[in-house]
Design a protein around this ligand. Sequence first.
Ligand SMILES: [Zn+2]
Length: 231
Amino acid sequence: MCPAEINTVLRDCPLAYLVWGSHEWHGVQNPVGLDTLKAYHMTLALCARTGGIVLPPVYCGYQTMKPWARFRHTFEFSRELVTQFVYEHLENLYDEGFKAIVVVMGHYGGKHVEAVKEGVARFTEKHRYPRVLAITDYEPASWIDVRGGDHGGKNETSLMMYFRPDLVDLSRLPDEPFTVDGQGCSPDAPEASSEHGAMLAEAFVEQAAPKVSDLLSEAVSGWPASVADGN
Ligand SMILES: [Zn+2]
């Protein structure tokens, strides 16, 4: 986007999406960095519904499979870096004038999610506004009992097939998908389809959109007249 386009968004719908993923091996059938690409496309679909902007996605994962299973084609970053990087992104978005910020996580290691949420907490302790929401990309669908989230299995592979069919090749799957070169993905990957991906993507948008719109309304209506009063 050009600066004038960002200014228009800031005036009409001051909502920013920050997509946070990892650079991690996700099966021989999928592109490395799937977590980030998947969450980015899901968030673009959500943003098309709600308005706002989607920032360029961040590939910065903690608790990837690299330290646990020596995964190749995988970058592992420290917890401290992830937390600080999230926090500083939020400070910059606040400084730019966004009133609501949604962090969408495409990588789900439990400790990684904690690190991201700690960065959000560091920010919200300092600032009551903007309003910030941090969710994993499978969470909104879980509100209607649609289970998502795996590791390069049926769900994640399907989402890639739906959004980026050019990047997925199921014919590369071996008989035992979870033991390729000692690196694994969820064993139900052969069941992936773009139709299943479309269902997951739609559930994400349908469930997340009202919650995000509420967050923005709350931020805009409650925004303090003076920054010093509310922050
Ligand atoms: Zn993943």
